[in-house]
Design a protein around this ligand. Structure first.
Ligand code: DAT
Ligand code: MG
Length: 140
């Protein structure tokens, strides 16, 4: 995968609270092009696998339970400097620390239920994109 891509999930809480359309609008207004997208639901097993890097953290059980609690939207996004620019658009992990106007500031309800995922490196963007999509699912 090219390094001008990042991977996102709109998390179950944001979908449940009716923010899906507004978040997609913020993403496209931020200059990101959606090149793959899926409305889906993670099993607890798949959520655990996706967040395996956090297995030893105290919040892992809660995170897996939350991420498998309802439907999500998974997407691959394209933009110059996609990974860093998307982290800026979504804001800090804890919405209490997130800048005004960011997606997490506007739509997250807590650090654990923080509206959206954004990849933290080009390498992880590629791994996470492949977790959800085949090459034939991507339309650049
Ligand atoms: P980010 O999603 O900003 O990359 P992360 O990779 O450190 O943050 O953590 C992954 C997710 O785990 C995060 O989006 C929400 C949850 N999480 C992180 N820290 C937490 C905490 N202290 N308490 C509860 N959930 C937490
Ligand atoms: Mg992370």
């Amino acid at each position: 995968m090219a390094t001008n891509r990042t991977f996102t999930m709109i998390k179950p809480g944001a979908v449940r609270n009716g923010h899906l359309g507004a978040i997609l609008a913020d993403i496209t207004a931020g200059g990101f092009k959606i090149v793959a997208m899926k409305y889906t639901k993670l099993s607890a097993e798949k959520a655990g696998e996706f967040y395996a890097v956090h297995k030893e953290r105290p919040f892992y059980g809660e995170l897996v339970e939350f991420m498998s609690s309802g439907p999500i939207v998974a997407a691959i996004l394209e933009k110059d400097n996609a990974v860093a620019d998307f982290r800026t658009l979504i804001g800090a992990t804890n919405p209490a620390d997130a800048a005004e106007g960011t997606i997490r500031k506007k739509y997250a309800t807590s650090i654990g239920e923080n509206a959206v995922h954004g990849s933290d490196s080009d390498e992880n963007a590629a791994i996470e994109g492949s977790f959800h999509f085949a090459g034939t699912d991507i339309f650049a």
